[in-house]
Design a binder for this molecule. Structure first.
Ligand code: PMP
Length: 443
């Protein structure tokens, strides 16, 4: 029998919510009770169109039956198997399925439970590789201003979002540098797709190399398309340039594809989309359609061989999680990837992206809109910040959209739109109608 939906407000005292203004939230909570396809239902019984795929993760829409079934079967077949020194077939099967979607030559998969874990795993693998390759002095890591790489100490150290770093600034990893970010309204405002200006910003890596010497640098990590910092699309040629410079100096390139992996740009990965292959690629979110927390790191085959063949046939990498390759996550991943394929969800994203782009740029000209940027099925609409209250205007727009039945995200004064990839043209229209109205009313 189906459980009746509870609509009463629970005791809000005990939960400390992540990345949330807890006091303010608890005064006026927004609570979701259930979900199906493109919609949430709130505890007050309203249908809410999901304009951000949860947190950029529910790529095939909510509560998909094949994934639910796979998880249900798995939890009563093999609920857990030790991830160290023991294996279970489904973890190998899931790794094979993930590997099939990764760029050529990157078919070795390490499982994690989140994007943050994937990032810290990737950074450690980079250091382990250089050690195994006879260059243990290569330990310096290069991130980018405004980069978001989760919340582990590794992730916030290479990340470039100031509030996430400031509170912990005395405890960040040493030997980290940052490239400049690529956001530039003067040159690139209202670009459609990749902006034309800015490839030269990758040359800043040469400056960092000159400063420290390449022999001390392990890896560069960037989001090929930065999401959480407010949707920053890489300038044409920028990623190619980063790849050339990293190759030239023997520096590993890590793409953080926690958002861009699994169809967000209409391709398997951003790496595929841009035609630039990193050495290490981090994933999470869409890997399981978010039904079970899951993440992974794809590693270049040669890099894997170097680490695995170094040493004395003991443990090669002193790293891993109790829940690496958790059976429920493996069931969810396997079913999600099958579903993506059988429903041609990435193709749908590609086919719809021109309509999505047109609808997003319909926001151009509305009050306080200072930029619209987009790629695949993701867009950012940036608003002029209110004097002395940065972020407040976007927060108000977000709330108005939610009240009108569309869930979006805001970061700083940018509204991010990234719906499930099963969205219809009509639903794209609804999202931007509601957003446009909210922007006008907020003015
Ligand atoms: N990297 C990127 C690029 C992300 O967008 C995110 C999450 N938004 C993370 C890492 C962290 O993922 P998680 O919240 O699953 O730890």
């Amino acid at each position: 029998m189906e459980k009746p939906m509870t609509t009463e407000t629970p005791d809000l005292t005990h939960l400390w919510m992540p990345f949330t203004a807890n006091r303010r939230f608890k005064e006026a909570p927004r609570l979701l009770a259930s979900a199906k396809g493109m919609y949430y239902t709130s505890t007050d019984g309203r249908q809410i169109l999901d304009g951000c795929a949860g947190l950029w993760c529910v790529n095939a829409g909510h509560c998909r039956e094949p994934i639910a079934q796979a998880i249900a079967t798995q939890v009563s077949t093999l609920d857990y198997a030790p991830s160290f020194q023991m294996g279970h077939p489904l973890a190998f099967k899931a790794a094979t399925a993930v590997a099939a979607l990764m760029p050529t030559g990157m078919q070795r998969i390490f499982f994690t439970n989140s994007g943050s874990e994937s990032v810290d795993t990737a950074l450690k693998i980079a250091l382990a590789y250089h050690r195994a390759n006879g260059q243990p002095q290569r330990t310096r890591l290069i991130g980018r201003e405004r980069g978001y790489h989760g919340v582990g100490f590794g992730g916030i150290s290479v990340g470039g979002i100031s509030p996430n770093r400031k509170a912990f600034s005395n405890s960040l990893l040493p030997n980290v540098d940052h490239l400049p970010h690529t956001h530039n309204l003067e040159h690139n405002a209202f670009s459609k797709g990749q902006p034309a200006w800015g490839a030269h910003l990758a040359d800043e890596l040469e400056r960092i190399v000159a400063l420290h010497d390449a022999s001390t640098i392990a890896a560069v990590i960037v989001e090929p398309m930065a999401g959480s910092t407010g949707v920053l699309i890489p300038p044409e040629g920028y990623l190619q340039r980063l790849r050339e410079i990293t190759h030239k100096h023997g520096i590993l390139l890590i793409f953080d594809e926690v958002i861009t992996g699994f169809g967000r740009l209409g391709a398997n990965t951003a790496s595929d989309y841009f035609g630039v292959t990193p050495d290490i690629l981090t994933m999470a979110k869409g890997i399981s359609n978010a039904a079970v927390p899951a993440g992974a790191v794809a590693v270049n085959n040669t890099l894997y061989d170097t680490v695995i063949n170094a040493g004395d046939n003991g443990i090669e990498l002193f790293h891993g999680y109790t829940y690496s390759g958790h059976p429920l996550a493996m069931a969810a991943i396997t079913a999600a990837l099958e579903l993506y394929q059988s429903e041609h969800i990435f193709d749908n994203a590609r086919t719809l992206s021109p309509a999505f782009e047109a609808a997003a740029h319909g926001m151009n000209g509305l009050p306080n809109v200072i930029d619209v940027r987009n790629l695949g099925i993701v867009a950012g609409v940036e608003l002029a910040p209110r004097k002395d209250a940065p972020g407040a205007r976007a927060a108000e727009v977000f709330q108005r959209c939610y009240d009108a039945g569309v869930l979006l995200r805001y970061t700083g004064d940018t509204i991010a739109i990234s719906p499930p990839l099963i969205i219809s043209q009509e639903q794209i229209g609804t999202i931007f109608d509601v957003l446009g109205k909210a922007i006008s009313e907020t003015a």
